[in-house]
Write a protein that binds this ligand. Structure first.
Ligand code: AHR
Length: 511
């Protein structure tokens, strides 16, 4: 079969925020405990209790940002449980992930704020902390930001110093709640608006006290427009905007930098799925694009474009095999990785509004990037897609259209294009990613970048020799590595190649 990808360098979309390649780590199953933190266990190399085999694999991704401690875990978390001498930290049950379930360990609080921020230092990544709105108070949240970010001589700043960190951590991203329509408080949208305003008011006050605009606040939205609209409508507490409202702070939208949505998808099982389900999952993953478009439209009714960014801070495949009693673990297949490529293409297409995205989750849980056992750590197929796509980071996304067969999927609103692609440009380099979703046939792909100034400098392909149901294990992890792809460069901006069945291709062109 044949498809054509047309890239228009005359139509730049926007700068691709590096935070689109962000991640999420929750105290859930073996993500933190076992996956990132092993404490005194000396079966693997550690630094301050953090396992370095995982860290060294993750370093390969140049992670821009990491969201923590949840998820629903954050909605029942009290940060002071997790600071200070480890032997004094209280053991707790977390309401959402230890509720009446066998084999789910309680929270030891061995890994807390300083351990998380140490991990971020080791990974050279920006921390993003989600605070508990549902069962906590603005005071507790305010104390947390002071503990992390205050440089003066207060009890909380001194406590941080006693715990080993002299300089303020400078945590920039603060999520005000998580899924507040569910585990985060079961608030009605207008109630969450009241809570958001109350928490953000204190965070904002702290920012002003510090005399800097160094923190950014994130509201957690819903997938339905109705919920989001009531939330936005209620944010001002019924007052008029403008000077005078909000004790002189103007619009409440000044208290929000980003608005987040979550999207998970599945079709069939992790490795056990039919052909129809193989394609169906792409239709479901594509909904991320609609979520972004609808959130952007809602936001545009309240603030000028670009004032509030959209974050997709939980996204990915969540198969039925990932249950709370197994710590949300599932096999990570080539099919999953292919959906990731498609979602990243969609996010690039909305680089004008998307300010961050955080795939769920980093290690061992859901659509993880790295898996571990007691003594080893290895990459999943999804890791390789992130690795391949990294060249897009910091570039300008370009309008890209794909002329390809659209497959109708029963019960889904949208057809699935057999080829997905995106492109970006910057510093004399143009980068194109394209995936062939057909699992039984190669695709003859022509990429037209519309300029003879560019010629191909490298072409790589993922999953050329893998089956769509293959999943990563300690033994086979190396088989998902990228290999070189033969392409024909016509010298007029047209590149032709055969994309193997169920594969992802990355083309770098230089001037
Ligand atoms: O990522 C797993 C869970 O999914 C998170 O805790 C929650 O926010 C979402 O529902």
């Amino acid at each position: 079969m044949q498809s054509e990808v047309r890239v228009s360098s005359q139509e730049p979309i926007d700068h691709i925020s590096e935070n689109i390649y962000g991640h999420f780590a929750e105290h859930l199953g073996r993500c933190i405990y076992g996956g990132l933190w092993v404490g005194d266990d000396d079966r693997v190399e550690t630094e301050d209790g953090i396992r370095m085999d995982t860290v060294s694999l993750l370093r390969g991704l140049n992670m821009p940002v990491l969201r923590w401690p949840g998820g629903c875990f954050a909605d029942d978390y009290h940060w002071e449980d997790g600071v200070g001498p480890r032997e004094d930290r209280p053991r707790r049950r977390n309401l959402w992930w230890t509720q009446g379930r066998e084999n789910v360990p309680e929270e030891s609080n061995e890994f807390g704020t300083d351990e998380f921020l140490r991990l971020c230092q080791l990974l050279d990544t920006d921390p993003y902390i989600a605070v508990n709105v549902g069962s906590s108070t603005p005071q507790e949240a305010l104390d947390w930001i002071e503990y992390c970010n205050y440089g003066g001589d207060t009890e909380l700043a001194d406590r941080r110093r006693e715990n080993g960190q002299e300089e303020p951590y400078g945590v920039k991203y603060w999520g005000i709640g998580n899924e507040n329509w569910g585990c985060g408080g079961r608030f009605a949208p207008d109630e969450y608006a009241d809570e958001y305003r109350r928490f953000a008011n204190y965070f904002n006050g702290f920012d002003k006290l510090m005399n800097e605009d160094s923190t950014e606040f994130i509201a957690c939205g819903h997938l339905t427009d109705d919920w989001n609209k009531v939330f936005f409508d209620s944010l001002n507490g019924g007052m008029e905007f403008g000077p005078g409202s909000f004790l002189g702070m103007g619009s409440p939208f000044n208290l929000m930098d980003h608005f987040s949505v979550h999207r998970y998808y599945q079709a069939g099982g992790d490795t056990d799925f039919t052909d129809e389900q193989y394609y169906k999952i792409f239709a479901r993953a594509q909904k991320v694009g609609g979520d972004i478009d609808r959130a952007a439209e809602t936001i545009s009714e309240y603030v000028p474009e670009g004032e509030i960014g959209i974050i997709v801070d939980e996204w990915g495949v969540w198969h039925p095999e990932a249950r709370s009693d197994n710590g949300l673990e599932q096999e990570n297949t080539v099919r999953d990785a292919l959906t990731t490529a498609g979602v990243l293409d969609l996010i690039h297409a909305r680089a004008d509004v998307v300010s961050m995205a955080n795939i769920a989750q980093l290690v061992n849980v859901l659509q993880c990037l790295v898996q571990t056992d007691e003594e080893a750590a290895w990459r999943t197929p999804t890791y390789h897609v992130f690795d391949l796509y990294e060249n897009h980071v910091g570039q300008t996304a370009l309008e890209t259209s794909v002329d390809t067969e659209q497959r109708e999927i029963e019960g889904e609103d949208h057809d699935v294009p057999m080829v997905s692609a995106s492109a970006s440009e910057g510093d004399g380099e143009l980068f194109v990613t394209a995936s062939n979703r057909r699992h039984d046939e190669a695709e003859l792909l022509t990429v037209d970048v519309g300029s003879s100034a560019y010629s191909v400098s490298s072409a790589t392909v993922l999953f050329e020799d893998n089956d769509i149901r293959e999943y990563s294990t300690k033994e086979n992890a190396e088989s998902f590595e990228a290999s070189d792809l033969a392409v024909t460069d016509d010298g007029d901006g047209t590149i032709t190649f055969e994309a193997p069945p169920a594969s992802v291709v990355g083309l770098t062109l230089t001037e």
